[in-house]
Design a protein around this ligand. Structure first.
Ligand code: MN
Length: 247
């Protein structure tokens, strides 16, 4: 099982959740929201072969943490995974668009300087701007668009840019989310939960609830669950293999 976008450090008891991921056999990409928190999160939460902790600066915090781009730049050579980074075009962040764009461009440039990274990207209400930024920095690595909510044209453009996608139970409960997932290339999809932020029927998602997304994909693709699982496992292997030299 794969949870490629989870805020492990934000559960009330992150260490026991990390341990339970090992017990349940979940591969987790634990994204973080501030570069200053990365080292501690990594020390506490990384679990060999199971839980990896990504270096991130969340776009919703960009205006508060802009100076931490320097920490990101200092740490990037030791980080195989990056996230959560990106842009948020929601009206509540409209005053911070310029700083968000500047921070995101700085982070992408840092990734490019070290040969590219696997990046979990936030693109809420900002699909076009995120793709403009990716296009402007082609050496930044592999963009994994998490919980993508763009329209069909945005998705076509993302496919042209060779983006990957992580889809979760919250996204796949909506008709629009399922329609987008159906159009994503099957060899570019991973599952996620976005826990503990994301909820389904008011229940907080944990990494092992990525299994719900596997079941949803089985219906969307009209394929048996075992077939979906082997596709997702092959996808994760292919993604890691393409960045082997950078970790
Ligand atoms: Mn997130």
């Amino acid at each position: 099982m794969i949870d490629f976008h989870c805020h492990l450090d934000l559960y009330p008891d992150p260490i026991s959740v990390a341990d339970q991921c090992v017990a349940e056999g979940v591969h987790v990409l634990a994204v973080t929201t501030a570069p200053s928190a990365w080292r501690t999160s990594r020390e506490l939460l990384e679990r060999e072969g199971r839980v990896r902790v990504a270096l991130g600066l969340h776009p919703q915090l960009a205006h508060l943490r802009a100076t931490e781009t320097a920490i990101f730049e200092a740490e990037i050579s030791g980080a195989a995974y990056v996230g959560e980074i990106g842009l948020d075009g929601g009206p509540e962040y409209s005053d911070h668009r310029a700083v968000q764009a500047k921070v995101f461009a700085t982070l992408l440039a840092a990734c490019a300087r070290v040969g590219g990274r696997i990046m979990s990207l936030h693109s809420r209400h900002a699909a076009e701007a995120v793709m403009d930024a990716i296009e402007a920095q082609p050496g930044a690595g592999t963009a994994v668009l998490h919980w993508f909510t763009g329209n069909a044209d945005d998705l076509s453009r993302a496919v042209g840019l060779d983006c990957w996608y992580s889809v979760g139970p919250a996204m796949l409960t909506s008709k629009k989310g399922r329609a987008l997932a159906a159009r994503m290339p099957r060899d570019r999809i991973l599952t996620e939960t976005d826990g503990p932020f994301a909820k389904v029927q008011n229940e907080t998602l944990y990494p092992w609830h990525a299994q719900n997304a596997v079941e949803d994909l089985s219906r969307v693709w009209n394929e048996p669950i075992a077939e979906v699982e082997s596709q997702l496992t092959a996808n994760l292997r292919a993604l890691v293999a393409r960045h082997k030299s950078s970790s």
